[in-house]
Design a protein around this ligand. Structure first.
Ligand SMILES: [Cu+2]
Length: 512
């Protein structure tokens, strides 16, 4: 089988001197010249991910998108075709990675077919945007920001509605905020794909166009969601295309972002981490009688696929020029390091057996909660999370008993049922005045609608606060602890017609 090599979009300075970008632009222009109901058009492909022609009033209405891109609003495909292909993207789910891999493959085949028709290289492959590449590579490659391709030809990769993380038109990924890591590759440190709060690939779900739960720092949560909002941004309440899942794939940078996400999945597997072996994952939602994953091909045929068809890169027709991901050393929080900090002698990592470190199903138990629902305001919103006596006792007992054979509980703060009518915002969360993390709200608006797949339950986010609890234990403060003070600060101003609410903040212990 012929292998196509996916390379870094920042090669040749990320300009049109990079043939991968030049030919991508040429082919995107061709796809953009095709009709909405043509399954090989740019518009149809974007709608496969998600569209909002007639949907909710708060979303980006495809009829009114400011050019470029100039989105055609007719002719519509037949209902059968629309139901079969459109609005498939899988979010907040363990299907996130495989669905998007198939989607990228279909687009790549489509683009390559056009590149060949235009007498371009017959081995063209989709480039990736590695925003972790250092120096300037966290900026969008320059080929995407200039309005013209050649002298008078408009640049098909240029999009007006892209605002950036500071909403000033400067498009880059904000890796740090005030020195604190914000967009990271920490997901690469995870050792299980699904099943617990600390997983790489997302929670087990059925077909999930929009789901509900985000484990901390899964591939989808961070970096994926952050990159969407950092590129898209929001100005005067109007979100950029990338900030809305139902418009994101109209922006040509979308596929280069997802190519990097796909590369990170391949990198995670290359380290020896295993994908799920459950039938329900391997067979996809079709396995339980739901919609199947299906893509159009250039020859008018269709391609249905399952996660099992796309799991193994060795069996697919592409590879990456580089599978390296670099992880900040501070994030390398291993169990043995934790035990050492707690004063428990550990000779080496080998002492911790596989089963104590990451068995999939770990029992969790609620140990603390705040009073209930509240609204996120500008500046800072504070709430108190109260422990139950019983819950606190269990947490402290687990720490007092800790040994290399009995790893103490891990503790998670969960923002439950966050709802709102906006995607483009980030929340900074702190506990007892210590920063614990950032949360990207990409996907929030859709997950909050009553007819969403999650039934309008919004999104839930979990943040690991084990360190904070361990420190309280070491300072002998844990037993007298009654509550934790949680403070939440939004990145972007919350305008008067925007509402973001949190259903409850709770604390869970996870037995190890
Ligand atoms: Cu995405």
């Amino acid at each position: 089988m012929k292998k196509f090599l996916r390379k870094n979009a920042w090669d040749q300075e990320g300009t049109f001197n990079n043939p991968d970008l030049y030919w991508y632009a040429k082919a995107v222009a061709e796809m953009q010249s095709r009709k909405l109901d043509d399954p090989t058009s740019w518009w149809f492909f974007a709608a496969i991910h998600g569209e909002n022609f007639a949907g909710d009033p708060d979303g980006i209405d495809w009829n009114t998108i400011k050019a470029p891109p100039k989105v055609p609003t007719s002719p519509f495909p037949s209902k059968d075709i629309k139901d079969k292909y459109w609005n498939q993207c899988q979010h907040q789910t363990w299907y996130f990675s495989p669905w998007h891999r198939g989607y990228l493959m279909a687009l790549e085949i489509q683009i390559r077919a056009i590149v060949i028709e235009l007498n371009g290289p017959d081995d063209w492959a989709l480039p990736y945007w590695n925003y972790f590449g250092g120096e300037k590579e966290n900026k969008i490659p320059p080929a995407f920001t200039r309005p013209f391709l050649d002298r008078d030809t408009p640049n098909p990769l240029f999009v007006t509605e892209r605002h950036g993380p500071d909403n000033d038109g400067n498009i880059y990924i904000k890796l740090f905020k005030d020195g604190k890591p914000r967009v990271t590759q920490n997901c690469e440190l995870k050792t299980v794909y699904t099943g617990n709060q600390n997983c790489f690939g997302g929670p087990e779900t059925d077909f999930s166009h929009y789901g509900t739960i985000f484990p901390e720092e899964s591939l989808e949560t961070n970096p994926h969601n952050f990159v969407h909002n950092d590129v898209g941004g929001v100005v005067k309440g109007n979100e950029g295309l990338m900030s809305d899942p139902n418009a994101a794939a109209l922006d040509p940078i979308f596929y280069l972002h997802h190519c990097n996400i796909d590369r990170m999945w391949a990198s995670w597997n290359a380290k020896g981490n295993k994908n799920p072996s459950e039938k329900k994952w391997l067979g996809g939602p079709k396995e339980i009688g739901e919609r199947e994953f299906v893509m159009p091909l250039p020859d008018g045929k269709e391609w249905t696929y399952t996660p099992n068809d796309v799991t193994n890169l060795d069996l697919l027709d592409y590879s990456y020029d580089d599978l390296k991901t670099k992880v900040e050393p501070a994030a390398a929080d291993t169990t043995s390091e934790r035990l050492r900090k707690l004063g428990i002698p550990v000779s080496d990592d080998a002492q911790l057996t596989e089963s104590t470190m990451d068995n999939n199903e770990k029992p969790t138990e609620l140990v603390a909660a705040n009073q209930g629902s509240f609204e996120i305001k500008n500046a800072v919103t504070k709430t108190t999370v109260n422990f139950s006596d019983k819950g606190l006792k269990k947490v402290s007992t687990s720490l007092l008993r800790a040994s290399a054979d009995e790893i103490p509980d891990r503790i998670y703060l969960v923002l439950e049922n966050v709802k709102g009518n906006i995607n483009a915002n980030t929340l900074e969360v702190s506990v007892n005045n210590q920063h614990i993390g950032f949360i990207s709200l990409f996907g929030l608006r859709n997950a909050s609608l009553d007819d969403s797949h999650g039934g309008g339950n919004g999104l839930s986010f979990s943040l690991d606060i084990t360190n904070i609890i361990d420190e309280l234990h070491l300072e002998n403060d844990l037993e007298n602890l009654k509550s934790l003070d949680v403070a939440i600060t939004p990145d972007n101003e919350i305008l008067s017609d925007v509402k973001i609410t949190v259903g409850r903040i709770s604390v869970y212990r996870e037995k190890q």
